[in-house]
Write a protein that binds this ligand. Structure first.
Ligand code: RAM
Length: 345
């Protein structure tokens, strides 16, 4: 399986990813073949990486994959971004990248549509805009999707069903209220619950805004408001870690299970102490790596974004563009006490 092989192979280097920065910063790989016009040859390829927020280990890991791919193909990357996940805070970075005439922006969008004016201005200036992780479907050139919304929702619901015993109250602790990715996953979860699990009641969707403290406080509030709660599902790496930390030292430990999408390194202690039975994710490093190879293919004309277009993404192998200019990384993967020590990211 692509995910497993790669994740294990990457394990040696991954602990360095856990360092966090709290203020907007710029990081990057050294310039290769500098040019001040948008380039198409790999040597001219300049990529601005714009995650939802900085200081989030998930994006530290996807950026690491982008930098590795950029090094392989001789492209240049620069990571910029806001400290807090908000669409308006991302606009200025898109505008700056446009003025700098970079070749492409790799964007995890904090809102489906709010970034589209600045995205369209970037495109008009010759900049390719490729979303990864969280989409802006009406304006980007290509979306690199970690897994289908239905696939992610199915795994989240399966874990909630298993950990609740198939009935009773569950709550969702999400990221920001406008996040394209979490909202798509939550909609698909609601449909799955309604169709297949009528005995499970989703009592609340709370928003921790991908901030540790807010997610921690929202967890306390969910537990207080819903004394019969059985499972908190947090489809965000920031939210699940904060929820598990709160529950692990509260009376709810052992009564309310925490699950969702997390990184193995964030969740390891909570799996070992029994707060978390099982959670899921894909490999964010692979997502970043694939994104840069897709950008290269778009920039050099190997693909246009049309369904059926094919390109090769280095060590990950061959990919085909699907419907709606989307490239799919693969399926989510479940982590539990039996396998978590095989992963280090
Ligand atoms: C957080 C972000 C990101 C999401 C992961 C699961 O890091 O919200 O967009 O994909 O969680």
């Amino acid at each position: 399986m692509k995910f497993t092989k790669t994740a294990v192979a990457l394990s040696a280097a991954a602990l360095v990813l856990m360092s966090a920065c709290t203020t907007p910063t710029v990081t990057g790989t050294p310039a290769a073949g500098a040019s001040d016009t948008p380039g198409s040859a790999a040597g001219d390829l300049k990529i601005t990486i714009l995650p939802k927020n900085l200081g989030n280990p998930y994006f530290d890991t996807s950026t690491k994959g982008m930098e590795a791919a950029a090094k392989e193909i001789g492209a240049t990357t620069e990571q910029v971004g806001p400290a807090e996940a908000a669409a308006d805070a991302q606009v200025q970075y898109i505008e700056t990248a446009t003025q700098q005439k970079v070749s492409a922006i790799a964007l995890s969008a904090n809102d489906q549509t709010a970034l589209c004016d600045s995205v369209k201005a970037a495109q008009a200036a010759g900049v390719k805009v490729v979303t990864f992780d969280s989409d802006a479907p009406t304006c980007r050139d290509l979306f690199i999707n970690q897994a289908t919304s239905e696939g992610i929702a199915k795994v989240l619901v399966e874990m909630a069903v298993d950990q609740s015993g198939g009935s009773g109250e569950i709550a969702i602790l999400s990221a920001t209220a406008n996040a394209t990715n979490q909202n798509a996953w939550i909609d698909a979860m609601k449909a799955d619950l309604k169709a297949n699990h009528p005995d499970i009641k989703l009592v609340e969707v709370a928003y921790g805004d991908d901030q540790d403290q807010k997610s921690f406080d929202e967890t306390a509030s969910l537990l207080q408001k819903h004394p019969k709660l059985k499972v908190i599902v947090a489809p965000t790496t920031v939210g699940i870690a904060a929820a598990a930390r709160y529950v692990s030292t509260s009376d709810a430990k052992g009564k309310v299970m925490v699950t969702g999408l997390g990184t193995p390194n964030d969740m390891r202690a909570f799996v070992k102490d029994g707060t978390v039975k099982e959670f899921a994710l894909w490999n964010p490093e692979d997502l970043g790596y694939l994104t840069v190879f897709a950008i290269k293919a778009l920039a050099d004309g190997t693909i246009t974004g049309a369904e059926g277009d094919k390109f090769t993404a280095g060590k990950l192998g061959a990919y085909t563009v699907g419907a709606d200019q989307t490239v799919l990384l693969g399926d989510p993967y479940k982590f539990n006490a039996d396998n978590i020590d095989n992963f280090n990211f």
